[in-house]
Design a protein around this ligand. Sequence first.
Ligand code: NAD
Length: 371
Amino acid sequence: MTSRRNFLQKLSASAMALPFLPGSVSLPDFENLAYQQGKVLRVAIMGLGSYGTRVADAMQACKRAKLVGAISGTPAKLKDWQSKYNIPAKNCYNYENFDQIKNNRDIDAVYVITPNALHRDQVIRVAKAGKHAICEKPMAINAKEGQEMVDACRQANVKLLVGYRLHFEPNTLEIIRMRKAGELGKVMFFQGLSGFKIGDPKQWRLNKELAGGGAMMDIGIYSINGARYMVGEEPVWVTAQETKTDPVKFKEGVDETIQFQLGFPGGAVASCLSTYTMNNLDRFFLNGEKGFAELFPATGYGPIKGRTHKGELTGPHTTHQTVQMDEMAAIIFDNKQPVVPVDGAEGLKDLKIIDAIFQAVKTGRKVELKG
Ligand code: NAD
């Protein structure tokens, strides 16, 4: 605080020293300059696909995070990123040699944005190289792998964060604030609808080896995660039912549609749908004894829209990935505690629920969840 005050004092003094030229001098943005004093998180992105590119673009507007490196198996993509994002060649690696990143003092963290089944090994290698790991959702393809990642990062004394961008989204946070303030009363019910109609049957998302499943890993996870942050509790049981209309496209182990229910200790229940065969499914609805909250769309890239029993939600539209990366810099360097966690333990909670959903589908039974 003292240093911030000193900084602001110095700045005001220099601002006052400027000649007053109406129309030609704009005063410094004190808040932004003070914010920039924090250490900048220097990030390398691994996996230069569609979401990796979205994150790279969004990071150009970050104040505390900077894209400085890239890891890819395709030399042409690395060349392209070097010129597009001004990345030095010395900060570029491939999947064979990226362990050498441990000798690169210009990179603090690696953001893993590859197919789901690769996350475990890649994050563990990042941790062993002594770099903080940011990993896309799902953090891994089951809880056992997720636990191994958490353990490896703990052992290496690096942070593990998961790309849960909605945890920083203004309208989502407003509903969480209202629920915590008791404005919805006792929460009784959550509905989560997550799905889209998937195209190309040859893509990795429909390959069990790379995806670890089907719609649940990719899109159903939003309803699982959303149920937890909207209700504000951890579920204690799961039931689930699967339907498959196209067993050629959705092979063994690749789920097409799963309906699942979660039971919470306070008595609330969640009823959710995860699917790869229907569009227009991106809606959260939370109901309490005193009011309700709805987000529709709830998890897309925005604007996230919604309303509560008090009226429309009017939070600003943000570029989720820009805010996420700035917030992650503060989490890593300043130990900032976000309203909803984005750490490895949080990613692991979703994986335990996914394991239980698959077990419930297989057995047709209610599966109890242990802490
Ligand atoms: P994508 O197919 O567009 O990109 C994947 C990248 O991984 C490609 O550049 C590909 O070359 C690379 N790759 C490395 N090894 C590979 C292999 N063995 N097989 C196939 N590709 C390989 O996929 P995407 O949409 O960018 O998804 C990547 C990850 O990001 C997934 O885990 C996904 O769930 C996650 N994702 C998150 C969000 C979000 O909003 N948080 C959105 C989209 C994707």
